[in-house]
Design a protein around this ligand. Structure first.
Ligand SMILES: [Zn+2]
Length: 507
C-alpha cells in the first residue's frame, strides 16, 4: 500500500518519474533470450573452461568465446592485454633484534605482501592504529616515509567498547587492508600489524597464506607487511611499554600515541614472482550523436580455476553477468542495425583478474578505452543468476549497490527504469556503508567509483555455493537472470539516450 502511494505522488510531481514506456526499448529488451543466456552459460561454465582462472587456459578460452560472440553481433571487439605477476608462497624469515621468529607462533604473512627479497631497518615507529581519519589521525605530524611502522589492528574504542570512528560495536571501518593501503600512500617500507590471537588468525587465513596470489606487474612501491603477536610487539618495544598499556591509553584519551624504539627488524624472503598475461575483452558500440561519451557495462568472466582436481565453474560468479553482458551487446548492436542506435556510445567490458583482486578493472581505469572524464557511468553485473535465502518467497528482486553514492540522477533513473518496466524489488541492504560485507568495495565497479565515475552494482546476494565448486549452471534461475538483465538494459538505454549527461553531485 505504502509503495503504491509513494509511486503515485512521484508520478505527479517529479518529471523524471513521468516516463512513458518506450516502445523501441521494449522491443529491444524482448530480444534478451533465455535460450541464449542458457546456451552461453552452458559453455562458459562447463568443465572444458576449467574455472576460467586468470592467466590460465580456461580464461583464454573464455576470452576467445566472448570476443567471437561480440564479433558475430557486429560489435567492434578488442582485447586489452595487461601484465601481472603471480606471487608464489616461499620461505620468508622474520628477525627482530637479530633473533629469528617462529612462523604461525610469532608472525605470519600473505605472499601478496612480500614485496622485496630483503627489508631491514634499525628503528621501529609505533603508530597507534595506523589510521588517518577526521576524528582520529595517527599520521598527523609524523614522518613515516621509508620507515618501519608498528600498528594495532582495529580502531580506538570508547568506554562502552564502541569504536570512536565507526561508532559501532564489533565493527571497524578501517580494515587491515585499508591501513596497508594508507601506509603505501605514505611511502612506508615495512608494516607490522599486531594481532591479539596470532595462531587463530593464521589458521583462519591459512588458505590465503599458502596460495599464490597475483598483482599488477607495475606495482612496485608497496610496503612489505608482517602480522605479529602481542608478545613479539612487546619485545620490539623493549619493555619501555606494553601493547596493552598503549591500547588502553589511546582508547582512554581518544588521541594517538607515537613512540620510536631502536629495535632492528629484517624480512628475508625467497619468494619468487612469475609473470602472467591476461586480457579484458572490450566491445564498442559507437553512439549516434554524443559518441565521445560512453556508458560502460561490465561483468567479470574470470573465476577461481581448479583446486585439487575440482573445477570451480563459477556459473553465477560471474558466468551469469558475462552472459547477460553478451545479450546487452547483442541488443545494443541490433538497435543500431534497426536505425535506433543509442545517442551515447556503449562500451561492453568483460573483465578478467577480478577474483585476484579487481586487477583487470584496476588496469582498465589506468588505461581506459575512452577517457574516464567521458565515462558517464559504469553498470557492473556480478552474480545475477541466483536467489538468496532472504528472497526465496519473492524471486523478483535484485540488490543494487552504489547507485546513489555519486549521482542523485543515476539513482533516480535506475528507480524509474525499474518502476516503468521491470518492477523488481530493489533491495538496498548492501548499499549501507555500515553493512559488514562491504560489497561496494568488492567488485570491478569500485575502480570506477574510486575515480568518481558513478556506478551501479547489480547483485543477487550470496548463497551456499558462493566460491564453491558447486556454483553450477543447473542452479541458475534463467528467468530471473533475464529480468535482471532487462533492468540493466532499460537503465543503460535511458542513460545513453537522454539529452543531458547525468551529473555527479555527491562526495
Ligand atoms: Zn564475482
Amino acid at each position: 500500500m505504502r509503495r503504491t502511494i509513494f509511486l503515485f505522488i512521484l508520478v505527479l510531481h517529479d518529471p523524471l518519474f513521468a516516463q512513458n514506456k518506450d516502445s523501441i526499448a521494449l522491443k529491444l529488451a524482448s530480444y534478451i533470450s533465455v535460450e541464449e543466456l542458457k546456451n552461453n552459460l552452458h559453455v562458459l561454465a562447463s568443465d572444458e573452461f576449467e574455472g576460467r582462472e586468470t592467466g590460465k587456459k580456461g580464461q583464454k578460452l573464455a576470452a576467445q568465446y566472448v570476443a567471437e560472440k561480440l564479433k558475430n553481433f557486429g560489435v567492434k571487439e578488442s582485447y586489452q592485454e595487461y601484465l601481472l605477476k603471480e606471487k608464489q608462497p616461499g620461505a620468508t624469515h622474520f628477525f627482530v633484534n637479530s633473533k629469528a621468529q617462529k612462523l604461525y607462533e610469532d608472525f605470519y604473512y600473505f605472499p601478496i605482501d612480500i614485496n622485496s627479497k630483503k627489508v631491514s631497518s634499525k628503528d621501529v615507529l609505533f603508530l597507534g592504529y595506523g589510521i588517518e581519519d577526521s576524528v582520529y589521525n595517527d599520521y598527523q605530524g609524523v614522518v613515516v616515509k621509508n620507515k618501519t611502522i608498528l600498528i594495532l589492528s582495529g580502531e580506538p574504542l570508547d568506554t562502552d567498547s564502541v569504536s570512536i570512528i565507526s561508532k559501532q560495536k564489533n565493527y571497524f571501518h578501517w580494515s587491515d587492508r585499508m591501513k596497508i593501503k594508507k601506509a603505501e600512500e605514505k611511502g612506508v617500507k615495512l608494516v607490522l600489524i599486531v594481532k591479539s590471537d596470532i595462531k587463530a588468525e593464521a589458521e583462519k587465513n591459512k588458505h590465503r597464506i599458502e596460495s599464490p596470489s597475483m598483482v599488477l606487474k607495475n606495482r612496485n612501491k608497496k610496503p612489505t607487511v608482517i602480522f605479529i603477536s602481542e608478545q613479539l610487539a612487546n619485545q620490539i618495544l623493549q619493555g619501555k611499554t606494553q601493547i596493552e598499556e598503549l591500547k588502553t591509553k589511546i582508547n582512554k584519551q581518544a588521541k594517538p600515541i607515537t613512540i620510536e624504539v631502536n629495535s632492528n627488524t629484517e624480512v628475508n624472503s625467497k619468494q619468487s614472482d612469475t609473470p602472467v598475461k591476461a586480457e579484458n575483452v572490450l566491445g564498442f558500440i559507437e553512439g549516434t550523436e554524443l559518441k565521445e561519451e560512453v556508458i560502460v557495462i561490465s561483468a567479470h568472466y574470470d573465476h577461481l580455476g581448479t583446486k585439487n582436481g575440482k573445477v570451480f565453474n563459477g556459473a553465477d560468479d560471474d558466468g551469469s553477468g558475462t552472459v547477460a553482458l553478451l545479450e546487452l551487446a547483442k541488443i545494443f548492436s541490433e538497435a543500431k542495425r534497426q536505425g535506433f542506435g543509442p545517442k551515447r556510445s556503449i562500451l561492453i567490458i568483460a573483465f578478467s583478474g577480478e577474483e585476484k583482486g579487481l586487477l583487470g578493472s584496476s588496469y582498465y581505469v589506468e588505461h581506459p578505452y575512452i577517457p574516464l572524464q567521458k565515462t558517464v557511468c559504469n553498470l557492473n553485473i556480478d552474480m545475477i543468476g541466483r536467489v538468496d535465502e532472504k528472497h526465496k518467497n519473492n524471486l523478483d528482486y535484485i540488490y543494487l549497490i552504489g547507485s546513489d553514492k555519486l549521482s542523485t540522477q543515476l539513482h533516480q533513473i535506475s528507480e524509474t527504469a525499474n518502476s516503468t518496466y521491470t518492477k523488481l524489488e530493489l533491495d538496498y541492504t548492501y548499499n549501507d556503508e555500515k553493512e559488514k560485507n562491504r560489497f561496494y568495495y568488492r567488485s570491478d565497479h569500485y575502480n570506477f567509483a574510486k575515480n568518481r565515475v558513478p556506478v551501479i552494482f547489480y547483485f543477487n546476494g550470496v548463497h551456499s555455493d558462493y566460491h564453491q565448486e558447486t556454483d553450477d549452471v543447473e542452479k541458475i534461475d534463467f528467468i530471473r537472470l533475464q529480468k535482471r538483465c532487462s533492468l540493466v538494459f532499460f537503465t543503460a538505454w535511458e542513460l545513453a539516450n537522454r539529452t543531458e549527461r547525468i551529473v555527479v553531485d555527491k562526495q
